[in-house]
Design a protein around this ligand. Sequence first.
Ligand code: WQD
Length: 351
Amino acid sequence: MVLGRKESILVSGGAGFIGTHTVLQLLNAGFAVSVLDNLDNAVQESLDKVRELVGPQLSNNLHFHLGDITNLDDLEILFSQTKFDAVIHFAGLKAVGESVANPMRYFDNNLVGSINLYKVMAKYNCKKLVFSSSATVYGQPDKIPCVEDFELKAMNPYGRTKLFLEEIARDLHKADQKWRIILLRYFNPVGAHESGMLGEDPRGIPNNLMPYITQVAVGRLPELNVYGHDYPTPDGSAIRDYIHVMDLADGHVVALEKLLQHNDIGCVAYNLGTGRGTSVLEMVSAFEKASGKKLPIKLCPRRPGDATAVYASTYKAERELGWKAKYGIDEMCRDQWKWASQNPWGYRSKP
Ligand code: WQD
């Protein structure tokens, strides 16, 4: 734990799942952190838990601002009050299915909101950015593991917003080399802080595998639909690169340190994954082992738009950031279960 650094970091979407875990690690690294969040898919109580975890001294370095990146006034007030050394930009909508049904909401929130943020950053001469990108920019890769210089080809409006925002970042840097930008492409974030006090707390019925499994295990949902059991994989279910959210959080701190300490960073993308693929059925087994619960499953047809197998090449992040994921599937399931069993309704009370 480092006390009293001077750098001040703005974290947009910092009350969310990945945001809170990253804010925790930023505070533990001694940064001053301001969180901007509209609480559309988060609750402020999650930041109270972060304060509890870091203790009274470091929690003085955490400031919360209710606001929205689509509101230029919110951003103007924030940047006029505080001189930020860098921004970690998480804020954005991220449900693939929802983006197909309502693309304009995604283009407005994710694209216009991010452009607003970048405009105000430039106005206040804050041009160091860590951007929350995603493996969805690879689309359905022709080969695996995914390497950062692969052709980018998103398959849904959500993924396209991430791809467009990567291109916008590259253009910003080309036009003005003072912009230093690191694009972090997450694979499948899961797990929770070891304390069981932070975790994924999606509103409504989860779209993603792990929060859905979790809600079956605590009895909020009756069974897990396994989408696809006829894939050309060892057990017929689809394969993904699941990464512990704490590994992801540490990856952001390392990327930020690199931006603050090096002037030669242009605009560069890194995969944040483990480099290992896990199938849906393997994940179910691992979670049953961690929770001691038998998970009822129903084998269903494939989900439209799903890829057979996606996992990361991790060499570039290892070589250039000195970052490598530490946790495996068992730790991910152990920590996810501790969070779920201690908070069966997330931060929200049972209706
Ligand atoms: C994983 C596997 C499903 C739910 C998406 C976004 C990506 C990132 C993570 C933001 C697939 C199967 C799922 C269920 C299932 N989000 N599954 N039953 O689709 O790999 O990635 O979320 O950055 O950008 O694209 O994650 O967890 O939805 O699915 O069988 O109830 O689990 O078919 O094979 P995905 P996922």
